[in-house]
Ligand binder design. Structure first.
Ligand code: F42
Length: 148
């Protein structure tokens, strides 16, 4: 069952518009990053401070029914704040890749597992590699696995 609570749209207009288009069309529209043609998914978390529902489009990095969630934020010096929501409640997350959101559990990856998913992520969205060069922080990669 999707997360319950009061939805607080992103302060970034392009982001909240993408979420609106994606959700209102069941993933038929608003499902790529601008005109790149590269697919996105919509991740829903619960604000770890506000308790509000937050929706975050991310590039779609899928393999065998699992997804990598890459906290790149364009290579900015700090993690995107949704990172803290995932850390605070790893099982209070959904990933929408199509008509319906999927309940998932997330865990932050490290070592060889992270390396394998990072390779998939860069293959799906090459700018991730540039973002990592742009920042000192290691860009976090979470694995989102469907809950039974
Ligand atoms: N961002 C990525 O990091 N990786 C991607 O692959 C990616 C792809 C992508 C594709 C399409 C698109 O439209 C956007 C895409 N983005 C991608 C951008 C992504 O959707 C986010 O906008 C971006 O990562 C920044 O996330 P953010 O959570 O830092 O956003 C800020 C601006 C935000 O929403 N802040 C809110 C606010 O009111 O200022 C608060 C959000 C929040 O979760 N607050 C928590 C709460 O309790 O409510 C507290 C969080 C805390 O602990 O501080």
């Amino acid at each position: 069952m999707p997360l319950d609570g009061e939805y607080e749209p992103s302060p970034a207009e392009w982001v909240r518009n993408q979420v609106e288009e994606y959700e209102s069309s069941g993933g038929q529209r608003g499902n790529t990053l601008r005109d790149t043609g590269l697919p996105v998914v919509v991740v829903t978390t619960k604000g770890n401070k506000s308790g509000k529902i937050r929706k975050t489009p991310l590039m779609r990095v899928e393999h065998d029914g699992e997804y990598a969630l890459v906290a790149s934020k364009g290579g900015s010096p700090a993690h995107p704040v949704w990172y803290h929501n995932l850390v605070a409640d790893p099982s209070g997350v959904t990933v929408q890749d199509g008509p319906e959101p999927l309940e998932v559990t997330v865990r932050e990856l490290s070592g060889e597992e992270r390396a394998a998913w990072w390779e998939r992520a860069v293959a799906a969205y090459p700018p991730y590699a540039e973002y990592q060069v742009r920042t000192e922080r290691e860009i976090p990669v979470f694995l989102a696995s469907p809950r039974d």
